[in-house]
Write a protein that binds this ligand. Structure first.
Ligand code: ASP
Ligand code: MG
Length: 411
């Protein structure tokens, strides 16, 4: 008898029929003799709709009120799912995040889980009930309801799996797993049976879906996470530690696990910045203060005491970033600021890259053979990323997918 945490995303719960289908799925798990904690997102686009509604009422909705409002989306889906389960003769109870013991800090809109007090969940499981928890929310020490950030029901699920010591955490969504590349760009993309936490983190922050914080939490607490579709009966992708001997050998042989792409990239260049200590800090501190997240940064070696500094930001943050950078650039007496917002990132990802060599050269050769210009390059231990023109990102992803033979299943 296993204890399973199952997370269902908004598309899986978008209407009454789908809620019944989810209830059937849970019933099937119970029929196998397992115990289930279900964590749910809000139905369909509920969260977007509530945010839009709040903005019609106030230009800048109050953060505390907005959180309490948004938390209702998950209350709707959790209560309806509990009713559907009961209508099928199962014992079930819904719990809000607060009732489920999810304590957070007071950062409204992006609260962090401080701890989970699992007593109520465990008591209800002991009573033989399916426990349906409203995802994405928690409560502060002052009893204010918080939300954990967009897409954060995944985090609720993994956090609960950790504290109740679940045997597994299953995340049901509208895609059937993690792919070697975005199937919309690369038709040959293949579903992976398994992937390491670190690799998934690189893929997650570079386009594939699942809240990155939930993967980090899975990694720290060693919770294997199965990502699968709630619409088809097919095994998904297991995200796990993956360091057993055989897996390790496979990783090294396979080297590259997937291609990540991201088209939300803009670039800013500050021309002719004086080359003296403190310049970068003077530039990036105000950007951080303006809540702009800076990604790839390239600073050239200087000639004649001046250098160009280029970095990327999200497109949606470009205007905000430029306001800051133009001001600082004037103060620094640089030659000017240029920007473009039609860029994309393409990355190769794989823990096997730690062990071997030749990945970078193969990546660059492949892009060259396809006449794709690389604007910037950045690497981590298990990833190489090139910034390219948005117009060629699909070509780049397809070419790299073929060059690293990702269409072939591993040995
Ligand atoms: N409903 C929330 C959102 O749309 C949380 C989630 O879906 O995980 O961001
Ligand atoms: Mg959602």
């Amino acid at each position: 008898m296993a204890l399973v945490v199952q997370k269902y995303g908004g598309t899986s719960l978008a209407n009454a029929n789908k809620i019944h289908a989810v209830a059937d799925r849970i019933a099937a798990t119970i029929a196998r003799g397992d115990r289930v904690v279900a964590v749910v997102s809000a139905m369909g686009n509920t969260t977007d709709d509530l945010i839009a509604l709040a903005r019609r009422v106030a230009d800048r909705p109050d953060a505390r009120e907005l959180d309490l409002l948004l938390s209702t989306g998950e209350l709707v889906s959790s209560t309806l799912l509990a009713m559907a389960l009961r209508s099928k003769g199962l014992e079930a109870i819904s719990l809000s995040g607060a009732q489920a013991g999810i304590r957070t800090n007071a950062s409204h809109g992006h609260a962090k889980i401080a701890g989970v007090e699992p007593r109520r969940i465990l008591d209800e499981l002991d009573r033989g009930r399916v426990v349906v928890v409203a995802g994405f929310q928690g409560i502060t020490d002052d009893m204010d309801v918080t939300t954990l950030g967009r897409g954060a029901s995944d985090i609720t699920a993994v956090a609960i799996a950790a504290v109740v010591e679940a045997d597994r955490c299953e995340v049901y969504t509208d895609v059937d797993g993690i792919y070697t590349a975005d199937p919309n760009l690369v038709p040959e993309a293949r579903k992976l049976d398994e992937i390491g936490f670190e690799e998934m983190l690189e893929l997650a922050s570079y386009g594939a879906k699942m809240a990155p914080r939930s993967i980090e939490m899975g990694m720290v607490y060693d919770i294997p996470i199965m990502v699968a579709s709630s619409f088809v009966e097919a095994p998904g992708t297991l995200i796990h530690k993956g360091a057993d001997m055989e897996t390790r050998v496979t990783e090294i042989r396979n080297r590259v696990r997937g291609i990540a792409t991201d088209v939300d990239v803009a670039k800013i260049t500050v021309l002719g910045v004086v080359d003296r200590p403190g310049v970068s800090a003077e530039l990036f501190e105000p950007l951080a203060a303006a809540d702009v997240s800076v990604d790839v940064i390239v600073q050239n070696a200087s000639e004649d005491g001046a250098t160009d500094l280029t970095f990327t930001v999200k497109r949606s943050e470009l205007t905000r970033a430029l306001d800051v950078v133009e001001e600082v650039s004037r103060q620094l007496g640089s030659r000017g600021v240029t920007s473009s917002d039609n860029l994309a990132k393409v990355s190769i990802v794989g823990t096997g890259m730690r062990e071997g060599s030749g990945y970078a050269s193969r990546m660059f050769r492949t892009l060259a053979d396809h006449n794709i210009n690389i604007e910037m390059i950045t690497t981590s231990e298990i990833r190489i990323t090139c910034i390219v023109d948005e117009a060629v990102v699909a070509d780049a992803a397809r070419a790299l997918h073929a060059a690293f033979e990702l269409e072939k299943p591993g040995p």
